[in-house]
Design a protein around this ligand. Structure first.
Ligand code: VG1
Ligand code: CO
Length: 623
């Protein structure tokens, strides 16, 4: 160990780096590789033979005795502040000199030594453009900072839930996820990076704030002089005491799913000739998981997977599983002869959209229905869920399930990172967000395929005794039965994407001003105000406070209007308006949500003066 990192404390500069206009992290992949490989001790032919050996056995370890660590001078770069979920920018920005490298080094500068020195970190992503080059950069800086082992998905592929699963299973100290999630990919679009901690949860704001602080004072990047790692073969490559293990992206995750769910039960449903199933991977990361899980393991027909090959630009698509961007699936599901169950997932595989034949399940209802049915349909919850939680703008459907099942309930700000502490403390089992995120404490991320398997389990359980030829209990039946029991929370979200930041910020300031002067009992059209505020959350586990998390107007009948700015966009500002109204009367449950919510939507638009502030007549996406 001492000899391997002998140069660590006395890092020296190579003259070619000092004052050079380019860096080894320059946009051009060829420059990237040549910049390193030319100066690397083991010849690339040597590496190839190592890889060739390891590919046949999958586990041959070889390499050099020690690695050299170089110090690369760098300068702070503005604007590297993480949002709701990691750092997201246009890929061109990430490809600028040292942009990614600075952030990665700032991360190491922010972690306690014991969290990374000789530690194991996981690395994977959604297969988008620039992930391959980024993998090499991250591996070299990790080695440069004294990380012991990197577990990386083959071809750099690991879904966000799989990274969380691998961190937990292999007891890794953390992991990197290379993804801008639901944001589009390709040379003109977005890239992103996220860091998760040892229980698999997204790093808390205390850490991401520190990273941001360090990006503003960074002066050197520590890089190991090793060749690019061949990510196309499963196996281990060692350089001194640093090793890289290329792992199969699916197996750990699949094993976990087999523990959580009753695969035989689901197989029974998927193999029925009278049950039609369709999964749209949107050319994103779940393409790598859908066939092995749904087809090879659970017996779905091979043609039930659409857009099942992960592509660097998601086939020019916007990998966001909603009614607008997953239109192909929606069209199939709304045919008379369409499948009985359809689902889609996003770029990095943590979101899900669930549909029945001619029936859309809102994510807010979906998490409530999964929670209400979990104990009887999913083996993992046999003892009953420990507690339930939702993000603040998510509808109050889940609240009613928690009340009925007498379970602890939590309302947290938008972003999955707020659920992790509650799960670690054993207070929370099932949670969700209105933004097509659903999950449980089997990992510490939302999980698209988990949600699909949860729904298939519920349907399989309900149809255990349905004989061939009889009408199956459908997705719509399950949802309507749920509404009849608990009441229906009508919910809709309006997104105004890429507005001018100035107008959007002014609108939020204007709303904050209204909130600060508001009083209970004031009337807003036909609604009477119960309270208005800017949501603030105190974590019950560690006491940390997150403030200014969304302006909300809550009315005496439980209706709510909520305004927030997105924290995941890469350009301008995206305004989100969330509208909700509770309806206990079963005879009114079949009304279209847009019609039921029209008065509240109009109220939201007039209270906020959205048109005046943003110039937008219409939302970009309605959910
Ligand atoms: C959005 C969603 C939020 C979700 C986040 C990350 O954030 O609203 O619920 O957790 O994306 O999802 P924002 O700040 O844009 O509203 V993912 O699948 O993009 O990692
Ligand atoms: Co995602």
């Amino acid at each position: 160990m001492a000899s391997t990192y002998a140069r660590f404390d006395t890092v020296f500069l190579f003259s070619r780096f000092a004052g050079a206009k380019y860096s080894p992290f320059s946009p051009s992949p060829s420059l990237l590789s040549s910049g390193f490989q030319l100066r690397t001790k083991p010849a690339s032919s040597r590496l190839q033979s190592i890889v060739a050996l390891s590919s046949s056995s999958g586990a041959v370890v070889a390499g050099t005795d020690s690695i050299e660590i170089k110090s690369l001078p760098t300068k702070p770069i503005e604007g590297q502040k993480t949002g709701t979920s990691g750092l997201r920018k246009k890929v061109k920005v990430f490809m600028e000199e040292n942009y990614l490298a600075n952030w990665i080094q700032a991360l190491f500068n922010s972690l306690p030594l014991e969290d990374y020195k000789n530690a194991t970190l996981v690395l994977g992503g959604d297969g988008r453009y620039f992930n391959k080059e980024a993998s090499q950069i991250i591996i070299k800086i990790a080695a440069g900072n004294g990380v012991g082992t990197i577990l990386v998905g083959k071809e750099g592929i690991l879904s966000t839930p799989a990274v969380s699963a691998v961190i937990r299973k292999r007891k890794a100290n953390g992991g990197f996820i290379m993804s801008a999630s639901h944001n589009p990919g390709g040379p003109e679009y977005d890239w992103g990076i996220k860091f998760n901690y040892s229980s698999g949860q997204p790093a808390p704001e205390s850490i991401t704030d520190k990273i941001y602080g360090n990006t503003l004072s960074i002066s050197e990047i520590k890089v190991a002089e090793i060749p690019d790692i061949d990510l196309s073969q499963v196996g281990v490559t060692k350089y001194g005491s640093f090793s890289v293990e290329v792992i199969d992206p699916v197996s750990d995750y699949l094993e976990l799913m087999e523990d959580v769910f009753d695969f035989d039960l689901i197989r029974g449903l998927l193999s029925r000739p009278d049950f039609g199933f369709m999964f749209d991977a949107m050319h994103a990361v779940t393409g790598a998981y859908a066939k092995p899980i749904f087809v090879d393991n659970l017996g779905a027909k091979p043609d039930s997977i659409s857009n099942g090959v992960p592509l660097e630009d998601f086939g020019h698509g916007h990998p966001d599983p909603n009614l607008t961007y997953a239109k192909d699936l929606v069209d199939v599901m709304y045919r008379d002869d369409g499948p009985d169950f359809g689902a889609a997932s996003d770029g990095d595989g943590d979101r899900n959209m669930v549909l029945g034949n001619k029936f859309f399940v809102t994510p807010s209802d979906s998490v409530a229905i999964i929670a209400a049915n979990a104990q009887e349909a999913i083996p993992y919850f046999r003892a009953g869920p420990k507690g339930l939680a939702r993000s603040m703008p998510t509808s109050g459907a889940l609240d009613r399930v928690a009340e009925k099942l007498k379970l602890p309930f939590f309302e947290v700000p938008t972003g999955w990172k707020f659920f992790g502490n509650l799960m670690d403390a054993g207070k929370l089992s099932i949670c969700g967000e209105e933004s097509f995120g659903t999950g449980s404490d089997h990992i510490r991320e939302k999980d698209g395929i988990w949600a699909v398997l949860a729904w298939l389990s519920i349907l399989a359980h309900r149809n255990k005794d349905t004989k061939a030829g009889d009408k199956l209990v459908s997705v719509a039946d399950v949802v309507k039965e749920y509404w009849a029991t608990y009441g229906r929370n009508f919910f809709s979200r309006y997104d105004y994407e890429e507005c001018e930041s100035e107008g959007a910020n002014k609108m939020i300031e204007y709303l904050r001003d209204i909130v600060s002067k508001s009083k209970a009992g004031e009337s807003y059209g036909n609604y009477v105000l119960q309270f208005a505020d800017d949501f603030s959350y105190t974590d019950p586990v560690d006491g940390s406070v997150a403030s200014k998390q969304g302006v909300r107007f809550v009315f005496t009948d439980g209706s709510r209007i909520i305004f927030r700015l997105s924290g995941t966009g890469s350009a301008g500002a995206t305004v989100r308006i969330y509208i909700e109204q509770f309806e206990p009367d079963v005879s009114k449950h079949d009304v279209d949500a847009q019609i039921a919510l029209k008065p509240l939507i109009d109220l939201a638009l007039s209270v906020s003066k959205l048109k005046d502030f943003t110039g937008r007549e219409k939302p970009t996406v309605i959910t």
